[in-house]
Design a protein around this ligand. Sequence first.
Ligand SMILES: Nc1nc2c(ncn2[C@@H]2O[C@H](COP(=O)(O)OP(=O)(O)OP(=O)(O)O)[C@@H](O)[C@H]2O)c(=O)[nH]1
Ligand SMILES: [Mg+2]
Ligand SMILES: [Zn+2]
Length: 337
Amino acid sequence: MANRKLTRRQQWRIRKVQEERLARAQRKAERVEANLSDDTLGPERTGTLLANYGAYALVDDGQGEQIRCVLRSNLGALVSGDRIIWQAGHDRTGVIVAVEPRRTLLARPDAVGQMKPIAVNIDQIIIVTAPKPGISEWLIDRYLVAAEITGIAPLIVINKSDLMDATKRERIETRFAEYRAIGYSVLFASTKANHGLDALRERLHGRTSVFVGQSGVGKTSLINALLPEVEARVGELSEASGQGRHTTSAAMQYRLPDGGAIIDSPGIRDFGLWDITADQAFEGFVEFRPYRGQCRFRNCAHREEPGCALREAVADGQIDERRLESYRQIVDSLTRR
Ligand SMILES: Nc1nc2c(ncn2[C@@H]2O[C@H](COP(=O)(O)OP(=O)(O)OP(=O)(O)O)[C@@H](O)[C@H]2O)c(=O)[nH]1
Ligand SMILES: [Mg+2]
Ligand SMILES: [Zn+2]
C-alpha cells in the first residue's frame, strides 16, 4: 500500500501512534462501559452511526445529540451511515444492539483483499480530485464503475481551482469534456477561493453523500467549508503520514442543517474493484452499454479481436479511447488476483 519505503524509525513511530490511538479508544470505551449496566439501560431506539472507532462508536440519536456507544458483539463491521438500534445508559452513553438492513453499500477491498464497507445508506458519491496531488482519470473511472454497479449517483468535483490559471483550467476542462459528454456532472470548486461551494451545496441538499478520493485532494476541507461549525471535530494530526498534516482516519458523517448528510472518508491511493466480474465492469462504463452484444465474437475481450464494436466506436469517435483502455486495465486487475 505504502507509496514509498518507510525507515525503521518511521515504522516505529507509526506503530507507536497506532498503539496510543488504540489505548485512547480503549479508555473511552471503558468510560462508556462504566455508565452502562443491563438493568438501567433505556428502551431500544433507532439512531444513525456517525463514526466507528473500533472500541466504541459515535451515534446520532435523531434529536441532535451525539451518543458514545459500545457495540454488542456479532454485529459485523458497522460503518458511517448505518441505521442502528441502541439503548441509552447514563451520561450520553449507550450500547448498539442491532443494525438495520442497508439500502446501499459502497465497499473496497482491504490490504488482504477482504471487502470492507466504506459507507452505507448513501445516495451520492462525490468523487473529489485536484491538481495537487494530481488528477487521475484512472482512479475516477474506478469510482464511476463502483457508482454505476451499486446504483449510487456520482458527482465529480475538481477542487483547488485556485491553483489553475486560465490555460490550466482550459486544459482540465478539455480533459473532463468527455465525462460531461457521457452524462456526468463535473463541478469546479475551491475551499481557498470560496468558489463553487453554492453549486455543490445545492447538489448535496436532502441527500446522503460520501466524499471519496485520493488523500490530500481536500475532502475534509470541503466539508469544513460547507459546515464551518464542525471544524473542530474533523482532521487529526497524522504523524503516520510523516508530513505533519491533517488526514482523516475514520469515515465520519455530518448532518446538513437543511436536510441530508455528508460523510468524510479517509483518502486512498488506489481503489480496487476486486469482487466484480468483467461483465459488471462493462456495465460500469455507461457509454459502452449500447454496444453490448454487438461485437463479432461473443467472448470478445475488446482488445485485438476483429469486428469489436467498442473499437469501431472508438474509431468513429463515439467512445473515448482512454476510457476503453481504462476498462481493459480494470479487467486486467480482476484477472491478476
Ligand atoms: N490551494 C488549495 N488548497 C486546498 C484547497 N482545499 C484544500 N486544500 C489543501 O489541501 C490539503 C489537504 O486537504 P484535506 O482536506 O486534508 O484533504 P483530504 O482529502 O481530506 O485528505 P485525507 O483526509 O488524507 O484523505 C490541505 O493542506 C488543504 O489546506 C483549495 O481549494 N485550494
Ligand atoms: Mg480528510
Ligand atoms: Zn469487442
